[in-house]
Design a protein around this ligand. Structure first.
Ligand SMILES: Cc1cc2nc3c(=O)[nH]c(=O)nc-3n(C[C@H](O)[C@H](O)[C@H](O)COP(=O)(O)OP(=O)(O)OC[C@H]3O[C@@H](n4cnc5c(N)ncnc54)[C@H](O)[C@@H]3O)c2cc1C
Length: 640
């Protein structure tokens, strides 16, 4: 059974991080260059970590499967990044950001981690401004803010609808500086396919070069995974098509616990699915809910009428009606389920009936079209590109879609997994968001982890490792891991079936969405748990992976990732079945209040579920880390 010590520092909440930093062991500057650290991933979490660790003097090797760090999925982030600067003077504070995040996550995250996140949020903005990130500004020069879901203050910093891109350019510049200075060795087109564990510690990785097929071993004193989320297990999602779970999944198979895999965010404002051919869904940023009003017709007979022909009195602005305190800015899980409910009632708009309106007419009347264009122009352009509709004159149609994974590898307060030496950052870990992430908090967490947490906490681990003591990469564990990787690649290429990988991915996605998507119930989950192993078996018998190993082969890349999703999907449903309560995004139909809100069971489930791999064909072990709320009172979330 894994040891899950969260290592939360003692003392008052607001003092824990300061005290911990003071207590942390340091690595002597002249020793730092004797340590080698592998960072897998160079999205916001990975690039910020690699750059900062190299600035500190560690020797860093950074691996990405993309052709450039600039292509990481982080670039897609549109709406913004939270920070408790209180520039608006509207009552924000570190405590309020902490409290909103804990409450938003429905009391399923650690208080200490979440408070630290709120504390360092203010440093992130300073760091990024110093790098030249062009955040929007007010007339007087101060940085501008807007509101995001689950908050009653404006604390979201943004760069039009391209915040992720601008932040990534900043982090990439910092990384490039260290590549130039020789502190970081950057490996592009390089996919990590296994973790190497020596004497119980993470000490290296196995990598495949996606252009040549060459498989190489890399040893280090510590391994940092910043490989993003696994929401593409649903096949259709707002993620970049290449986002995948392989790095964390293979670490799980080597002993790292996987925490709360079923906590997945379904985002309420995405462009609805329009056909079977589709391979990707597109987000319309939550920032649009600052000014857009969400509605459907009151009567189902009106659902196909052009929106302009539905008079005001026949419209149901259902979020404003149901949640008057937060209105259109209620948290994502709540807004998504409400959209599903009105569609289930037959009032959904658009041909499929799976859509609701996001309407800017009132905002355009109040602010003028140019102000709306100034704030959201590029999002309206994206919408136009995809739907050929002009959202300045007709409302957008939106519907929920898979968007973010709160689950991920289990980490302690130091962001180290239960495998010593393995650190996990950004969306790849489970840390700070509990059962539901608030908008604009993912960028905050990724950059907090990379710029401000790991640079301290990794030293605590490395200081206890003798400099230069790492195993050579021709050691037995490295050779065995490489053999396994070669075996898996060979098995995929040799399957000799007839069905392309994409079909399996689509079929898995349908199972996941139907039985473990926005709402879940016992019967559906049990069905999914029967269907996924059957699909997985069929995959290995009948998948067709054309081409060869020694060249660029995207079918092969995809096959490996889908094979992992076929395993992860099962763990995901197992986790959802075991959690007999509703909390945040995890809505078990059996556990709800009469008004349809989540019914938590704090007695039995105020804990993190951290699954431990037990070997091929054996059921994983469900470990539990209890969550204690010393500084907040666990209450029923109320946005009314
Ligand atoms: C459309 C969209 C809009 C969003 N908007 C916002 C927003 O406005 N605000 C907000 O806070 N959040 C937003 N999010 C969420 C946020 O963008 C992500 O959670 C965050 O960017 C993840 O960053 P990351 O560094 O953890 O991972 P990623 O950016 O996904 O980076 C992963 C990195 O890991 C590498 N990698 C992965 N696997 C391997 C492997 N096996 N081997 C080698 N390399 C590997 C990749 O090459 C990449 O460099 C949005 C998400 C989406 C989908």
């Amino acid at each position: 059974m894994a040891q899950l010590d969260p290592k939360i520092p003692s003392g008052p909440l607001a003092e824990k991080w300061r005290k911990h930093r003071a207590d942390i062991k340091l690595v002597n500057p002249s020793n730092k260059r004797k340590y080698e650290v592998i960072v897998v991933g160079a999205g916001l979490a990975g690039a910020s970590a690699a750059a900062t660790l190299a600035e500190l003097g560690f020797r860093v090797k950074c691996f990405v499967f993309h052709d450039s760090p600039r292509r990481a999925h982080s670039i897609a982030a549109q709406g913004g990044i939270n920070a408790a600067k209180n520039y608006q003077n509207d009552g924000d504070s570190v405590y309020r950001l902490f409290y909103d995040t804990i409450k938003g996550g429905d009391y399923r995250s650690r208080e200490a981690n979440t408070h630290r996140l709120a504390e360092v949020s203010v440093n992130i903005i300073d760091q990024c401004v110093a790098q030249g990130v062009p955040f929007a500004r007010e007339y007087g020069g101060l940085l501008a803010n807007r509101s995001f879901g689950g908050a009653q203050v404006s604390r979201t910093f943004y760069a039009r609808g391209q915040t992720g891109q601008q932040l990534l350019v900043g982090a990439y510049s910092a990384l490039s500086r260290m590549v130039g200075a020789g502190g970081v060795q950057l490996y592009t087109y390089s996919e990590m396919l296994d973790l190497v564990v020596v004497d119980g510690h993470a000490k290296g990785i196995i990598v495949r070069d996606l252009r040549t097929g060459e498989i190489t071993r890399h040893a280090a004193d510590a391994v940092v995974l910043a490989t993003g989320g696994y929401g593409n297990v649903f096949n259709l999602s707002t993620y970049a098509r290449g986002s995948n779970a392989t790095a964390i999944w293979r670490a799980y198979r080597r002993g790292a616990c996987f925490a709360n895999p079923c906590f997945t965010q379904i985002h309420p404002t995405c462009i609805p699915v329009s056909g079977d051919y589709q391979s990707k869904l597109t987000l319309m940023s939550e920032s649009l809910r600052n000014d857009g009003r969400i509605w459907v017709p009151k009567r189902k007979e009106d659902r196909l009428k052009p929106p302009g022909e539905v008079p005001e009195e026949d419209r149901d602005y259902y979020l404003e009606r149901m949640y008057p305190a937060f209105g259109n800015l209620c948290p994502r899980d709540i807004a998504s389920r409400a959209a599903q409910r009105v569609c289930d009632e037959g009032r959904g708009v658009g041909e499929t009936g799976l859509g609701v309106y996001l309407d800017f007419a009132e905002a355009i009347g109040r602010l003028g079209e140019s102000a709306v264009r100034e704030r959201y122009g590029n999002l309206f352009d994206i919408y136009h590109e995809i739907t050929n509709e002009n959202a300045y004159s007709v409302p957008m149609r939106i519907f929920p879609a898979a968007h973010y994974t709160m689950g991920g590898l289990w980490v302690d307060y130091n962001l180290m997994s239960n495998l010593p030496g393995l650190f996990v950052l950004g969306e790849a870990n489970f840390s700070d968001h509990g059962a539901n992430r608030l908008g604009a908090s993912a960028l905050m967490q990724g950059l907090a982890d990379g710029y401000f947490v790991i640079p301290y906490t990794i030293g605590n681990y490395l200081a206890a490792q003798k400099p230069g003591s790492r195993q050579a990469q021709d050691g037995a564990e490295f050779r065995a891991a490489e053999e396994e990787v070669r075996g898996k690649v060979g098995r995929l290429l040799g399957a000799g079936g007839t069905e392309p990988v994409s079909r399996f991915h689509k079929r898995l996605g349908a199972i996941m969405w139907n039985h473990c998507g926005m709402t879940r119930n016992r019967a559906g989950l049990e069905k999914a748990l029967q269907e996924i192993p059957v699909l997985r078996e069929e995959f290995w018998k009948n998948v067709k992976v054309p081409g060869s190993e020694g060249t660029l082969n995207q079918s092969l890349e995809q096959a490996g990732r889908v094979a992992d999703f076929l395993e992860l999907g099962e763990l995901f449903c197992r986790d959802a079945l075991a959690r007999e309560e509703s909390c945040g995004c995890h809505f078990r139909e059996e556990h709800q209040y009469p008004d349809g809100e989540c019914k938590r069971d704090d007695e039995r489930f105020a804990h993190v579920a951290a699954w431990e791999y037990q070997g091929e064909g054996r059921a994983p072990l469900r470990n539990v880390e209890p969550l204690a709320y010393e500084f907040t009172k666990m209450s029923v979330r109320n946005y009314k």
